[in-house]
Design a protein around this ligand. Structure first.
Ligand code: PHE
Length: 463
């Protein structure tokens, strides 16, 4: 029955699901390539500052609002304040979720394709455009670009990825999402660590380390600043209600403070380790880090095929990346489905299928963005970016920071002190956490995010 409230089985279940949502393509695919694109350390510095000052407070705020109301975003924003117009913040999140999932699923499809290439290579079958053993960086880069330019294959794998997401969300909370996340997160941590250790033995390790930790002022641009801030929200899954929705299934006895900090640290560590691994492999083969969205798809086969059982490891890596992407995509779809079920009363299963199909269609132009078709090269010539880039920009750089700003102002100023204290202090918090969170949520984060937007609009010049 839809009216029966669902719950995580215990705190670990929630942490696993929340970490499953946070750790995804953002950590392994996106961060390395945007850092590469923006020249290195400065972007990482902005990202880390934004995680601590903006994204972590927003994460706490989301879980708090979710748990206090037990409702999905649109409804939750109308419940803790007299003003029902706050519901627009929830609605904005649902739109952001649909937009992000539409291109996220395309990249999810790439991970399935590469996992299939790895499987074929393991079996000794080399298809044209596959992963030949001991291929050079150039060959692997061609493989990726060929695949990207093929609309049919991209649509097919985007469809398979979306189908997998729908199948899990249909199953509901503890039966579907939690069970999948528990198993996958454990394996993922193991493989990320193992790869980072391997990468640190490569000749390019030192260069990778320096690249990540030496910010250069000359790399500054307002866009990079906004993108880094946007990425901190993207990576922690905040700003569109995913964590709010997950928080609504969290039992009252579990600590919001502790759980949020664990999820934030875990997500950031995975992102940094994955970036280091990818840069170390790249630098060892003289591959420039500014390769664009293909970076991880080129470096991983390149780095792994020199090892014994390299093709098998490539297969395993992309299968895991697919799983990490799936646990994030599930949370994106869950927000839209939960809100829709709430508003229309449709059953979860049917809503998952219909909304999944809708988002699949919205993702079609993104799936053909690597090709010569209009949404790819055509738009690129016209407005300087493909449909895929545009969706990423609107969803990640604009809507997430806006949604997070709305959530922070709501939690900071509209929600009563009594509710906040009950939620954060009532479950055994970390000493000093509540006061620090309060200052960040009411002042530091909203002002900081607003300044970033103003800097981008040219109204304010911080630097
Ligand atoms: N955090 C996910 C990642 O890093 C993406 C995501 C964004 C998931 C927003 C849910 C909400 O890949």
């Amino acid at each position: 029955m839809e009216t029966m409230k669902q719950h995580w089985t215990n705190r670990t279940g929630f942490i696993m699901a929340a970490a499953g949502s946070a750790v995804g393509l953002g950590n392994v695919w996106k961060l390395p390539y945007v850092v590469g694109h923006h020249g290195g350390g400065l972007f990482i510095a902005f990202y880390l500052i934004s995680v601590v000052l903006f994204a972590l407070p927003a994460l706490v705020a989301e879980i708090l609002v979710g748990r206090a109301t037990g409702a999905p975003p649109i409804q939750a924003f109308g419940m803790l304040s007299q003003r029902t117009s706050w519901r627009w913040v929830g609605a904005l999140g649902v739109v952001a979720g649909a937009i992000i999932l539409s291109f996220y699923s395309v990249v999810g499809g790439w991970t399935i394709f590469y996992s299939a290439l790895g499987a074929f290579a393991t079996l000794g079958i080399t298809l044209p455009g596959g992963l030949p053993a001991h291929a050079s960086a150039e060959t692997l880069s061609n493989t990726f670009n060929h695949f990207l330019g093929n609309p049919g294959l991209n649509i097919l794998f985007h469809g398979i990825f979306m189908l997998a997401t729908i199948l899990v969300v249909r199953k509901g909370i503890s039966g579907g999402i939690e069970r999948v996340a528990r198993v996958l997160m454990t394996i993922l941590v193991g493989i990320v660590l193992a790869l980072a250790i391997y990468a640190s033995t490569l000749p390019g390790a030192q260069e990778a380390w320096n690249f990540m930790w030496s910010p250069k002022a000359s790399d500054f641009s307002s866009e990079a600043l906004l993108e880094a801030v946007g990425h901190s929200f993207f990576s922690l899954s905040v700003g569109m209600g995913a964590m709010l929705t997950y928080g609504s299934y969290l039992g009252k006895e579990h600590s919001i403070a502790g759980t949020s900090v664990i999820v934030a640290i875990f997500d950031t560590l995975v992102a940094l380790l994955a970036s280091f691994t990818i840069f170390a492999i790249g630098f060892s083969s003289h591959l420039a880090p500014g390769q664009g969205p293909g970076l991880v798809f080129i470096t991983i086969p390149l780095g792994l095929h020199v090892l014994p059982l390299g093709s098998l490891m490539t297969f395993l890596f992309f299968t895991l990346l697919f799983c990490a992407a799936l646990t994030s995509a599930i949370s994106l779809l869950e927000v839209v489905v939960a809100s829709f079920v709430q508003v229309t009363g449709m059953n979860r299963s049917a809503a998952s299928v219909w909304i999944g199909l809708g988002i699949f269609s919205l993702g079609l132009p993104s799936a053909v963005s690597g090709s010569t078709m209009f949404f790819g090269q055509g738009m690129s010539k016209w407005i300087g970016m493909t449909w895929f880039d545009l969706m990423d920009k609107i969803g990640s750089s604009w809507l997430l920071p806006l949604g997070a700003l709305g959530t922070l102002v709501y939690a900071g100023w509209a929600v009563s002190r009594k509710t906040k204290e009950k939620e954060i202090l009532g479950d055994g918090s970390i000493p000093g956490f509540y006061s620090a969170w309060n200052v960040l949520t009411r002042f530091v984060a909203p002002i900081g995010i607003a300044l970033v937007f103003l800097q981008l609009s040219g109204l304010v010049r911080l630097v």
